[in-house]
Design a protein around this ligand. Structure first.
Ligand code: HPA
Length: 260
C-alpha cells in the first residue's frame, strides 16, 4: 500500500476521502500515531496519509518523531512512501515554485533519533523486530529508483514540470541558514535545503520501505536573493505550488496501483 507523508503546506490532501483514522501504537512514543486511510477519486484501493508536522502543523522539524511515524506506517501495511518536502532553492534552477524529485541526500541534522538499529532490544516481541545486532543499511541511493521513476512518469502524464535529480541537504532547523552555511551547502553539492528529509528517508530504508521525495522550492536559500525570507512569502509560494503537487501525487497514486 502507498502512503503520502505531507510536509509544510500539505497537512491535508484535498479530494482525499478519509475512511478511517488508524491509531497506531509504537514503541517510540506514548501517544499513537494517527494515520488517515482512504481513497482518492479515480484511484482504486486504499492509501494512507500522514502529515509529518501533525494535523494542525504544530510539530517543528527537529521534534518530529520520525521513528514513530515510519514504524506506524509499516505497521499499517504501507510498503511505499511518497514524501512531500518544502525546501529552499540553492541550484539556479531551483527558484521558488520549482518542484524537484531529488536523487541524493546529505544529512546535516544532529541529535535526532535517527535509527531503529540503536543497539538496544526493544520491548516488543514480534520476531522480526529490532535486536541489539549492529546493522548497517545500504544507503548508496537514498531514494528508491522505481518510485522516483513513478514520480517522473506522473509528472509527464499530469503536465507538471519537475526537475529530476538534485542533492537535498537536510539541516536541523527550525531556524533558516546563514549565508555562509548556504555557501557551504553549495560547495558540498547541495541543490536544495530542507529540514525534514532526514532521518525520514533512512528510517524508511531501515524498515525496507520504498521511499521517494517531491520537493517544492518555497524560497531562495539565504543569501541567494535580495529578498528577506519570510513565513508569509513561503506561504504564498506554497499556496501557488500545492495544486501541482496534488496533481502529481494523485497521478502517481494511480500509476502505483496500475503497476501493482
Ligand atoms: N532552509 C531550510 N529549510 C527550508 C527552507 C530553507 O531555506 N525553505 C523551506 N524549508
Amino acid at each position: 500500500m502507498l502512503a503520502f507523508i505531507g510536509g509544510t503546506g500539505l497537512n491535508q490532501l484535498p479530494d482525499f476521502h478519509v475512511e478511517r483514522i488508524a491509531e497506531v501504537q509504537t514503541p517510540y512514543q506514548a501517544a499513537p500515531v494517527r494515520i488517515a486511510c482512504g481513497t482518492l477519486p479515480g484511484v482504486s484501493g486504499q492509501l494512507c496519509f500522514l502529515p509529518r508536522h501533525g494535523e494542525g502543523h504544530t510539530v517543528p522539524p527537529h521534534r518530529i518523531n520520525y521513528r514513530a511515524n515510519i514504524f506506524a506506517l509499516r505497521e499499517s501495511g504501507v510498503t511505499a512512501i511518497l514524501a512531500v518536502n518544502a525546501v529552499g532553492g540553492i541550484h539556479r534552477e531551483m527558484g521558488p515554485g520549482v518542484i524537484a524529485v531529488p536523487d541524493q541526500i546529505i544529512d546535516y541534522t544532529s541529535g535526532r533519533a535517527h535509527t531503529f538499529f540503536d543497539g538496544e532490544l526493544t520491548d516488543i516481541d514480534s520476531p522480526d523486530r529490532f535486536t541489539a545486532s549492529v546493522t548497517h543499511i545500504d544507503f548508496t541511493e537514498p531514494y528508491t529508483a522505481i518510485l522516483r521513476e513513478l514520480l517522473l512518469q506522473s509528472a509527464k502524464q499530469s503536465g507538471v514540470p519537475v526537475w529530476s535529480g538534485g542533492v537535498y541537504g537536510a539541516t536541523q532547523g527550525p531556524r533558516l541558514e546563514s549565508v555562509a552555511e548556504v555557501r557551504r551547502l553549495q560547495n558540498d553539492g547541495c541543490d536544495m535545503v530542507g529540514m525534514t528529509g532526514m532521518p525520514e528517508a533512512a528510517l524508511a530504508r531501515e524498515l525496507g520501505l520504498d521511499y521517494a521525495s517531491v520537493c517544492l522550492s518555497v524560497n531562495w536559500a539565504a543569501g541567494l536573493s535580495d529578498d528577506v525570507i519570510t513565513m508569509a512569502g513561503i506561504r504564498e509560494v506554497l499556496a501557488q505550488g500545492m495544486g501541482q503537487i496534488h496533481r502529481l501525487l494523485i497521478t502517481a497514486a494511480g500509476l502505483f496501483r496500475e503497476k501493482g
